[in-house]
Design a binder for this molecule. Structure first.
Ligand SMILES: [Zn+2]
Ligand SMILES: [Zn+2]
Length: 338
């Protein structure tokens, strides 16, 4: 059977309907029929070959929600069953034998860590991934909104795990878009005190409804300076260069400034902002299968749903244009209509 998809045939071009033969199902792989696929900014980066690693035809899509339709011979006794609802995120395969993989840190695999997009992604009727990266969906998690948790959601959940965020933590989130709004909802579920840094003060009420305790105008230097020494963690979700010094100064002792936004310009940190108070700067990408499972369980129990707008997958180029134009209302999800 051929898989149907929408593929970029060259960097930066509109996607085209594209059918391909996936070949025999590898023993460790699971085949999933796609119901929904979120659209992430990294899809655009890969379609446009911004990172220089794309090969064409390229089938992007890495926030997949679907159902298991086939199991390779070695994937048959791994707790997954035919028809089961599952999700697939940024990664499709890891080596399973390096130190990181053995330690359950598969996202940091040093060998052959294959992104879902490089393996033929979810802008398609079907896709395949190694069974470890096929994440079971909890029963009562809404399949129609869950897709963005698989990449955007785990990206902002990982720092909360790394830095042991609890109900007594004070956390700031810079940039309340697709990633930032999920960060606020997760922090609220953990009970932390949440301050949102937004350049759109008009969104203050909406941001508070998401769960933020405070909203601070990120373009108001006075307001930022008043927050010196407060935060255990500040997560930056923005990919633009800001004046970071007020944020470093806003860290409490042992505080961490953590970026998940791919800012191309190097950060300039004054040494004394790190030396005084044992403060640090960290970063992370997505998460490992165990962390993805934890996130979906939390989302299911605490009713955390990303705010999404829908496009049929057949209108995928409209969806990509919408995202390119910066018009996405938090997160876009495509509904498969092959
Ligand atoms: Zn590995
Ligand atoms: Zn992504």
């Amino acid at each position: 059977m051929k898989f149907k998809s929408y593929a970029a045939m060259q960097a930066g071009e509109a996607l085209q309907p594209y059918e391909y033969d996936p070949g025999a199902l590898a023993a460790e792989d699971v085949e999933v029929e796609v119901d929904y696929c979120g659209v992430c900014h990294s899809d655009l980066s890969m379609i446009d070959n911004e990172w220089g690693i794309s090969t064409y035809p390229l089938i992007a899509g890495h926030e997949v929600i679907g159902r298991v339709v086939a199991l390779g011979d070695s994937a048959k006794n791994k707790g997954l069953s035919l028809g089961q609802r599952v999700g697939i995120g940024w990664t499709a395969k890891s080596c399973e034998y390096c130190d990181a993989c053995i330690n359950g840190e598969q996202v940091n695999c040093v060998n052959n860590n294959v992104p879902t997009i490089s393996n033929n992604g979810g802008f398609a009727s079907h896709l395949r991934a190694n069974w470890q990266w096929v994440i079971p969906l909890p029963e009562n998690l809404d399949a129609a909104t869950a897709g963005p948790l698989l990449c955007g959601g785990i990206t902002v959940f990982k720092p909360l795990l790394m830095h042991n965020i609890t109900a007594t933590s004070r956390v700031g989130v810079i940039g309340i878009g697709g990633l930032g709004h999920m960060a606020i909802k997760l922090l609220r579920a953990l009970g932390a005190e949440v301050t949102a840094f937004s350049s759109s003060p008009a969104k203050t009420e909406t941001i508070k409804q998401m769960g933020a305790d405070y909203v601070v105008n990120s373009r108001d230097p006075e307001a930022l300076n008043k927050l010196a020494g407060q935060f255990d963690l500040i997560i930056s979700t923005v990919a633009v260069d800001l004046d970071w010094q007020p944020y470093f100064q806003a860290l409490a002792a042992n505080g961490r400034f953590h970026t998940v936004g791919a800012v191309m310009k190097p950060f300039e940190v004054q040494a004394f902002n790190l030396i005084l108070g044992d403060r640090g700067v960290t970063g992370s990408s997505t998460g490992s299968p165990g962390q993805l499972r934890s996130l979906l369980r939390l989302a299911s129990r605490a009713d955390i749903a990303p705010i999404v707008e829908y496009f049929p997958m057949s209108k995928i180029n409209d969806a990509l244009d919408h995202l390119r134009a910066g018009k996405a209302h938090y997160r876009i999800v495509l509904k498969a209509d092959f």
